[in-house]
Unconditional design. Structure first.
Length: 375
């Protein structure tokens, strides 16, 4: 791309070569003027910078064409699992509904119709994800000079649906751990229940992350599906996801037993085994696949004879039991890796409501006891 700057009388002008029109493929140029040479050079530099992302003028650019370029530009800044999520939402729901509309002509009504249509077959949570992606993308369109305003600012997303949470009580947890006593993944089940670690954090855990002598571990990475649906190592879900967790004695002992079993299997497997450092590895040393994890979890639940819950509900179980035992919400937040305590308390409001009742009863009993002592 080039810019031709010339002086005409008391002003300066420039003609900047633009990328070919996305629809017709024809060559495009943009003419600009300014009062000083410094000002015209700044304008040319700004246009060239915008053009490197493929964006200069909305013109006949459709929503479909815009998102194709936006995803290409944005992808390098996202975690693999987020890239995949963005691509799926754009391909299946955004482009499929409003892709043929001109970006510059997109209206609030268009977006509201899209949400209404998708709510007939998708959950409110998924439509809220669509809303978030649209908002992010059109914010960038405004920054790049494609749009004067972001129409999504005027669109109200559907209210967040609060799914009923299914967790085990302490008796059910005890039954599960008894059933897991001879399970090769006993240490994983204990970690999931006692620490509330996410699935991807458990599967990406390496022996180098453990400090068994100090009864602690560090979350350094997570395993998630990338854009090609293959499992890939990446950063934790958020900055707060990178954390250090203290371990209870039973978890430490189960990890020590697990290490011995893994070393024995490694020796028996011989050259077939490639040690990649995973705590929970498959038969050849690679990461344990999520399908295998879920299948073995279902088998464990059946053996224990407890209500069926999702694997992710082990995380909810951990948090619920901790809060019910009176553990401060800040500690629970840090163990779970939530961004802030408000998120934790809002998510587990069913527990904090009971804690409110207990607090009121305790205060009532304390004051009544004081009155009795005073006669």
């Amino acid at each position: 791309m080039r810019g031709h700057i010339t002086k005409r009388g008391n002003s300066w002008s420039a003609i900047v070569d633009l990328p070919a029109d996305p629809v017709s493929g024809k060559r495009r140029q943009k003419r600009i003027t300014a009062r000083t040479k410094k000002e015209i050079e700044a304008k040319v530099a700004e246009i060239i910078q915008k053009s490197q992302a493929g964006f200069i003028d909305a013109g006949k650019l459709t929503v479909r064409e815009f998102f194709a370029r936006w995803l290409e530009t944005t992808a390098p800044t996202l975690r693999p699992v987020t890239q995949r999520r963005y691509h799926d939402l754009v391909r299946l729901h955004i482009v499929g509904g409003i892709g043929n509309l001109l970006l510059s002509k997109l209206t609030v009504a268009d977006v509201q119709r899209l949400y209404g249509d998708r709510l007939q077959r998708l959950s409110p949570t998924t439509v809220r994800y669509i809303h978030a992606v649209l908002h992010h993308a059109l914010d960038d369109a405004v920054k790049w000079g494609l749009l004067a305003r972001n129409v999504i600012d005027a669109v109200e997303p559907p209210k967040k649906a609060r799914n009923e949470m299914h967790v085990w009580n302490v008796e059910q947890v005890a039954r599960v751990l008894r059933a897991a006593a001879d399970d090769p993944l006993e240490a994983l089940w204990r970690l999931a229940i006692y620490t509330g670690m996410r699935r991807g954090e458990l599967l990406a855990l390496k022996w180098s992350d453990l400090e068994l002598e100090n009864a602690a571990l560090s979350i350094q990475r997570s395993l998630s599906r990338g854009q090609t649906s293959r499992l890939e190592e990446g950063e934790p879900k958020s900055q707060s996801g990178r954390r250090r967790i203290t371990l209870s004695p039973s978890v430490v002992e189960s990890l020590k037993r697990h290490r011995i079993r893994q070393l024995e299997h490694r020796l028996a497997a011989g050259d077939v085994y490639e040690d990649r450092g995973y705590v929970f590895a498959n038969d050849t040393g690679g990461y344990l696949h999520t399908n295998s994890l879920y299948r073995r979890f279902r088998d464990l639940v059946a053996r224990a004879g407890v209500p069926s819950i999702r694997f992710h509900d082990l995380r909810h179980t951990s948090a619920t039991l901790l809060l019910a035992e009176g553990v401060h919400g800040k500690i629970v937040q840090e163990r779970l890796g939530h961004a802030n305590i408000a998120m934790t308390l809002d998510l587990y409001s069913h527990v904090t409501a009971d804690m409110q009742r207990q607090a009121a009863d305790l205060l009532e009993a304390s004051i009544a006891s004081a009155n009795q002592r005073m006669g």
